[in-house]
Design a protein around this ligand. Structure first.
Ligand code: BF8
Length: 629
């Protein structure tokens, strides 16, 4: 029996959105365990772990440190709390950087096989971006076939992962002043493979004992994600699948359909889901679906695969990380396709309580109980068709008595790639910059990252976004933060009515929402590019701009990497969930204060969204004063 059934916590205390509440109550009725139940069962959590002072790095341990005693204690090797906290943080950030960047590598491998003619179903869609990015790498396009240019570019980008040069090409997009700050601090990013391997070396026992040095390497590793692995994931995806332009779509669990074959596309990498979108239009498959009694095939996204499909095709998105079990609990999901990242390892147990089949598609992400239909570039379309065929076969297995789909999906506008944002303002950032300089718009904040059962789902994202737009701060979003604000109705142009007068005027003129959906988590790289353009136009560094970042409900190491590369790029970022660093005053002081001397930005922790908005507003005003605006 779930805790919800036992009445310890109401569904309304766990989630903000009404459709989520409805299905969470059904989970209680159906006696289905959810992430919120497991979270409750894990309380109270280990205090040492919370503070970051637990070390299980070597076989002389595990050790745990009492950080607040009179005499500082040390682990068996001699490491104190500061070192243990710094090593653990570097380890977490490196894990996040690796996950984003390995995703990028997978997209580049598809780009390469497409250029070499060995992939199935793919082609280069955005020639303009192909040529523009190729030019950055010194690759000539004129008079050459698309395939030749794409092959050269894919190889050049794949080589970036382990480049022998001591810098990566994409980081050249950063403004000069920002690069100079990196050079001075010794954190110019090199290839992400190198940074992550070096991080793993550095967290080994006996490799340096200076926490500050480890934090600097964490920043370098995160930069190699943001300006490297993630940026390459974004650009290669745009080249292959198209650079997003604004589109209207629907969001929440109400996007599932009672009378259609429902396929949920969950995970991160868009390479197979793009083929599934194509295959779902196959007349033969549609005919088969009708023969099985369905009116058609309904694809809906989830998490960042969902964001990728939403951005490029307007495919509806059912929800974010905490919605994955709830989608199954509707009883209407015929197949849930999983790739990698942010997939609960227990998802097949949830699915086993209904008729839902889980299909695992990533070599790296095998899940017991899931049907393996593994993605390979050369058989991608065949695999996509097999996934859809499986869902059609499974459709009659639904138990109509156990199906409940919430009534109303919410309308949202998505598709704001960096290019699309610029386009929306008339082809240049001038109107936005003018509004910022004149003071009608105070600044821009990127709200990013996950949901976490420690916070009422979506509350942190939605409240912070509302507070900021009310204060004339433009909000840009990615990941689950974007899904949250989409569900809350903040991503339609009419939401400008909730904004302050200056922001409202800007949004109304450009016909854009005050909260812009910029994509999946790797697309935080779009925020960096936007910041670089703004800084270039003002002839300054990113750290001088009135910008901010926030991850109000983060859980993932990937979000920690994003927050770190935001800060390392000059964007002060607030976390709503405390990172595990409170066992070290030194590390805390470094992150929240001393980093300002290095990059004019720092990390902060503030769970209350209104206070987080106060903090970000102060930071924006500090930077405005320094700019003399
Ligand atoms: O990469 S925001 S929960 S889905 S980690 Fe995961 Fe966090 Fe969602 Fe996207 Ni990002």
């Amino acid at each position: 029996m779930s805790d919800l059934q036992r009445g310890r916590e109401t569904s309304g205390q766990r989630v903000l959105d009404g459709t989520d509440r409805d299905i969470l109550e059904k989970a209680g009725d159906d006696a289905i365990e959810t992430v919120w139940d497991r979270f409750t069962d894990q309380q109270p959590r280990c205090g040492f772990g919370h503070l970051g002072v637990c070390c299980n790095r070597c076989a002389m341990g595990p050790c745990r440190i009492e950080p607040f005693g009179k005499e500082p204690t040390r682990g068996v090797c001699g490491a104190d709390a500061d070192l243990i906290v710094a090593r653990n943080l570097l380890n977490d950030i490196s894990t996040g950087a690796a996950a984003h960047s390995d995703h990028g590598r997978e997209v580049l491998e598809v780009l390469l096989s497409t250029a070499e003619g060995t992939s199935q179903g793919y082609r280069v869609i955005d020639m303009e971006k192909l040529q523009a990015v190729a030019a950055e790498y010194g690759i000539r396009s004129e008079g050459r076939r698309t395939a030749e240019v794409a092959a050269d570019l894919a190889r050049a980008m794949l080589e970036e992962y382990g480049t022998l040069k001591n810098r990566i090409q994409m980081a050249e997009r950063a403004p000069q002043k920002t690069k100079e700050a990196w050079t001075k601090a010794g954190i110019v990013p090199r290839g992400v493979d190198r940074e992550v391997v070096e991080a793993m070396h550095r967290v080994h026992m006996g490799v340096g004992a200076d926490p500050a040095d480890l934090i600097l390497h964490a920043m370098r590793t995160a930069l190699s994600d943001g300006w490297g692995g993630s940026m390459m994931a974004t650009e290669a995806s745009d080249i292959l699948f198209g650079t997003p332009v604004p589109c209207t779509a629907r969001v929440n669990l109400g996007t599932l359909k009672k009378d259609r074959v429902n396929i949920v596309l969950h995970g991160h990498n868009p390479v197979l889901s793009e083929m599934i979108v194509r295959a779902a239009e196959e007349p033969a498959l549609l005919k088969r679906a009708r023969e099985k009694g369905a009116k058609g095939i309904n694809l809906v996204g989830m998490c960042c695969t969902g964001n990728e499909l939403l951005m490029r095709h307007g495919i509806p998105i059912a929800g974010s990380i905490l919605d994955q079990e709830l989608a199954i609990v509707t009883g209407a999901v015929d197949v849930m396709v999983i790739g990698s990242q942010c997939i609960f390892p227990s998802i097949t147990h949830t699915a086993a309580c209904y008729h839902t089949k889980v299909v695992t598609t990533s070599e790296k992400s095998r899940v017991p109980g899931a049907v393996p239909l593994v993605f390979r570039p050369d058989t991608a379309l065949d695999t996509a068709e097999a996934v859809i065929a499986l869902a059609i076969e499974n459709f009659p297995g639904r138990n109509p008595d156990r199906v409940r789909i919430p009534a109303k999906p919410v309308r949202m506008t998505a598709g704001f790639s960096e290019e699309a944002v610029r386009e929306a303002f008339g082809g240049s950032y001038r109107p936005l910059i003018d509004a910022i300089v004149a003071g009608g718009v105070r600044g821009i904040v990127g709200i990013v990252g996950c949901n976490n059962p420690a916070v009422r789902q979506d509350y942190g994202h939605v409240m912070l976004a509302k507070e900021l737009i009310r204060r004339d701060v433009l909000v840009v979003e990615t990941g689950c933060a974007a899904v949250a604000c989409g569900k809350a109705g903040l991503m339609v142009p009419e939401a400008a009515d909730l904004a302050g007068e200056g922001l409202k005027a800007l949004c109304t003129a450009a016909r854009v929402p005050p909260v812009l959906h910029m994509g999946s988590c790797v697309d935080c790289s779009r925020v960096l590019v936007m910041a670089a353009h703004l800084a270039d136009e003002l002839g300054t560094g990113i750290g001088d701009l009135p910008l901010g970042g926030a991850a109000p409900e983060w859980y993932s190491q990937k979000a920690l990497s994003i927050a770190t590369y935001f800060v390392a790029s000059g964007i002060t970022t607030v976390l709503g969930i405390p990172p595990r660093v409170y066992g070290s005053r030194k590390v805390l002081d470094l992150l929240t204060s001393r980093l300002r001397e290095v990059v004019n930005a720092s990390l902060a922790v503030e769970p209350d969204p209104v206070k987080a908005a106060d903090f970000l507003e102060e930071e924006i005003e500090r930077k405005r004063r320094a700019l003399g605006i």
